[in-house]
Design a protein around this ligand. Structure first.
Ligand SMILES: Nc1nc2c(ncn2[C@@H]2O[C@H](COP(=O)(O)OP(=O)(O)O)[C@@H](O)[C@H]2O)c(=O)[nH]1
Ligand SMILES: [Mg+2]
Length: 447
């Protein structure tokens, strides 16, 4: 957290919702936390082989994009919050920005149904009612473990360097263990895990020299122990059809992209998917989801900008029942400007869905950006309380990731981690594997 982090009335520090500032000590680029807009016109409506391979282009953030859809009209100043952001759209439907599609209510995009195929064993999700025999696994294009390793290279080489410096020609004593614990905490692994690792290290080795490679091996083992219980496949209960997945998370953490990749996985597994463009804050977000809908052969339920997200989720549920979808995935807004509005919106979506199906949303998936470090821990705390998050996806592990925080999150929250994002493309969503992740962080060889 930043040194001047404000403390809200709650114990939890919400300040990350109000700021897009990078952590002062972090070399990572945090600009993705700002609102991004992709030009609506560039959206290609025809699925093409190229479109399969790349994610929608996103323009750099612009300052004016932070403050809602349109400048406040005269007489509407009361709707501005203290930061000047216009939230009046939450109260009333704004006039459509553009005449074309946005003037139509809930216009679904209906592409051809994809062919049904069995769910592969390595898909990262499975059907509870009828587990399907796995076909021969298709050869992975690029090893995700390699991409993960590259992404985590900076953290892991820092950690490795510290371990070598600390343990070379030195007998294990209290000071060494204390220094090692500090190193592990700096690597975002969390105090609990750091203590467990140092305890394990000291067992039977006190007063002896210990090689760096041995330290790394123990580190990898202990990280794996923490992560193994949370590395679970996403279980879909098709008794409750459609299985509703609500996707939440801070803006820019990869919600929409993850929804697209997940829809691709599910449709390839033979499931019918409907998408709901619940981020009604920006035209670009709706367009982005529609493109993923076309790529994956999934119907997209969308409305005009500024429409009530909960109302839209309600309609999308009915539509998914009507079109006999197995899964409904609902996108949401994750903007940073006003936590109260955002949280109220998420709560309302849950409330409204429960009117149709008491257990909906069955899965509340939170996306976490692997480059944000400690902030991610706070984000889980908050979204878990508000929207009942019961599963995680960590994105951007292909970048300069600070993945250690996932260990702290696993130790504290014990929420399943279903997938990790290792790129922007349609195939860049991988089932989370504790062993690969642990060895990438600890810098031990893959076997
Ligand atoms: N490198 C990389 N980029 C990602 C990944 N997931 C999402 N992104 C990019 O992160 C940006 C924000 O993603 P988006 O899905 O729009 O986030 P949202 O605001 O939470 O919906 C986009 O430029 C995505 O292409 C990932 O796993 N790896
Ligand atoms: Mg989005």
């Amino acid at each position: 957290m930043t040194a001047d982090a404000e403390t809200e009335e709650e114990e939890v520090d919400f300040s990350f919702l109000d700021t897009a500032e990078p952590l002062p000590e972090s070399p990572a680029d945090f600009s993705f936390l700002e609102e991004r807009v992709e030009p609506v016109e560039t959206a290609t409506r025809e699925p093409s082989p190229e479109a399969e391979a790349v994610a929608p282009e996103v323009e750099p953030a612009r300052e004016e994009d932070h403050v809602g859809i349109e400048p406040a009209k005269p007489g509407e100043e009361d709707d501005l919050d203290e930061d000047g952001a216009d939230f009046s759209w939450l109260e009333a439907d704004l006039p459509p920005e553009e005449e074309d599609e946005r003037s139509e209510p809930a216009a679904p995009v209906v592409p051809a149904a994809p062919p049904r195929a069995p769910v592969p064993a390595d898909a990262g999700f499975r059907l509870r009612e009828k587990p399907v025999e796995a076909p021969a696994a298709s050869a992975p294009r690029i090893s995700w473990a390699e991409r993960l390793r590259q992404g985590l290279a900076r953290s892991s080489s820092q950690l490795s360097g510290s371990i070598t410096a600390l343990f070379t020609k030195r007998k294990l004593d209290e000071d060494t263990l204390q220094d090692f614990e500090d190193i592990l905490i700096q690597a975002d692994l969390g105090v609990e895990t750091a203590m467990r690792i140092t305890d394990r290290l000291s067992e039977g080795r006190f007063g002896k020299e210990i090689a760096g490679a041995e330290v790394r091996r123990i580190l990898a083992e202990e990280i794996e122990k923490t992560l193994a219980p949370v590395a679970q496949p996403l279980e879909l209960d098709l008794e409750k059809k459609p299985h509703v997945i609500l996707v939440v998370g801070v803006n820019g953490t990869g919600k929409t992209t993850t929804i697209g990749k997940l829809a691709a996985k599910l449709t390839r597994g033979g499931l019918k998917v409907t998408l709901c463009a619940g981020d009604t804050f920006r035209a670009a977000a709706v367009e982005q989801l529609k493109i993923w809908g076309e790529r994956t052969g999934s119907e997209v339920v969308a409305k005009q900008i500024g429409a009530d997200a909960a109302g839209l989720a309600f309609e999308a549920y009915d539509r998914a029942v009507e079109n006999d979808s197995d899964v409904l995935i609902i996108d949401t807004a994750g903007r940073l400007q006003n936590k109260a509005e955002l949280m109220a919106e998420l709560e309302k979506i849950n409330r409204v869905l429960a009117k149709r199906e008491p257990d909906a949303p069955h899965t509340v998936l939170q996306t976490l950006d692997a480059t944000t470090g400690q902030n991610a821990l706070n984000q889980v705390e908050i979204f878990r309380n508000v929207s009942g998050v019961n599963g995680l996806v960590m994105t951007k592990l292909d970048g300069t990731a600070r993945g250690g925080i996932l260990v702290a999150i696993a130790a504290k929250h014990r929420l399943p981690v279903y997938f990790v994002g290792v790129g922007e493309g349609i195939d860049d969503l991988e089932p989370f594997k504790a062993k690969d992740f642990a060895s990438a962080i600890a810098g031990t060889p893959l076997n």
